[in-house]
Design a protein around this ligand. Structure first.
Ligand SMILES: NC(=O)c1ccc[n+]([C@@H]2O[C@H](COP(=O)([O-])OP(=O)(O)OC[C@H]3O[C@@H](n4cnc5c(N)ncnc54)[C@H](OP(=O)(O)O)[C@@H]3O)[C@@H](O)[C@H]2O)c1
Length: 273
């Protein structure tokens, strides 16, 4: 497993997402098992949020990390409508309870809302002083948002990135790399949708004897400063995703993907899901 420095910690370059977990009680056992399988395979970063399953995903994560908290780098996110000075602290305490831990390693503002950034940052720093979070960061911030934030204590920006959503390559990615701000790529396999059936991706996968999802992850991770957080419940998917860290695409593959999914030529509105 390759690692990347995030919030002063070496984390697996492929982590585990949890959106859509904790929504269906009958799926809980499988979801817990998937996260535990991922941890055993070295994917030690787990990304969750109070939003996912309205707390349900954090409960799944809490169960999965019971007895192995020290093996996991935990990321969670606060809703923008909870991002006031007192709201952040209360939301974090609820998250800690659901996660069954005393400490979230990295706590993110899920996206920008009505509260001034200063107020949210003040609350994050308060939580940090109390030892309830290790570091803080943001999500769905474009260059202008990061410039307005202008805070070197921000440890990451989590944004949408995959071959069919390349807008950040034009400005946000180079901006972040220049400042040493790691990017967490969400939906790195485009939610397992039609992109995985794209002929170009299939051809690359066949050439390397890998799956289209693995080709997609290798493509996202082809550059420095990027960490991918695919979500997987199916055991084969978990295995494939963990193994994708050792796949290197060659220049012919990258050119083929550039033709199929061209890089941005101008500024694009930051895409979100
Ligand atoms: N900050 C934000 O605003 C934001 C927004 C969206 C997502 N996120 C985070 O990013 C994570 C990833 O995004 P996502 O869950 O939306 O999409 P994703 O990871 O791109 O795709 C997940 C889907 O792909 C399937 N899959 C996983 N591995 C596969 C493989 N090897 N081959 C084929 N299919 C595979 C999964 O199926 P199974 O589950 O059945 O295995 C699931 O249906 C989220 O879970 C969440 O933690 C953050």
């Amino acid at each position: 497993m390759r690692h990347h420095q995030l919030a002063d910690t070496a984390v697996s370059i492929i982590g585990q997402g949890t959106w859509r977990m904790g929504e269906d009680p009958t799926a809980k056992r499988q979801e817990v098992a998937a996260l535990q399988q991922g941890i055993e395979l070295g994917m030690n970063l787990i990304d969750t949020a109070e939003m996912y399953g309205e707390g349900g995903a954090e409960q799944v994560v809490g169960q999965a990390i019971q007895g192995r908290r020290d093996q996991v780098f935990l990321v969670s996110k606060v809703y923008p409508h909870n991002a006031s000075r007192h709201g952040v602290v209360a939301a974090c305490e609820r998250s800690l309870k659901r996660l069954g831990t005393e400490h979230i390693d990295l706590y993110l503002l899920h996206w920008r809302g009505q509260y001034p950034l200063d107020e949210t940052v003040e609350a994050f720093e308060h939580l940090r002083q109390q030892g309830k979070i290790g570091r803080w960061g943001v999500s769905n911030f474009d260059v202008d948002d990061l410039e307005e934030l202008d805070d070197p204590r921000c440890a990451t920006n989590q944004v949408l990135y995959n071959p069919e959503a390349r807008g950040i390559e034009f400005d946000l990615l180079p901006w972040s790399r220049q400042r040493g701000l790691p990017t967490m790529a969400y939906c790195p396999i485009a939610q397992g949708g039609k992109l995985l059936r794209h002929a170009a991706l299939q051809a690359i996968a066949d050439k390397h004897g890998i799956t289209a999802a693995q080709a997609c992850l290798a493509w996202v991770l082809r550059q420095d400063g990027v960490i991918a957080i695919p979500k997987a419940v199916h055991p084969d998917h978990v295995r494939q995703n963990a193994a994708a860290t050792s796949i290197q695409l060659d220049s012919e593959d990258l050119e083929q993907l550039d033709r199929a999914c061209p890089p941005p030529r101008r500024k694009q509105h930051l895409a979100m899901v």
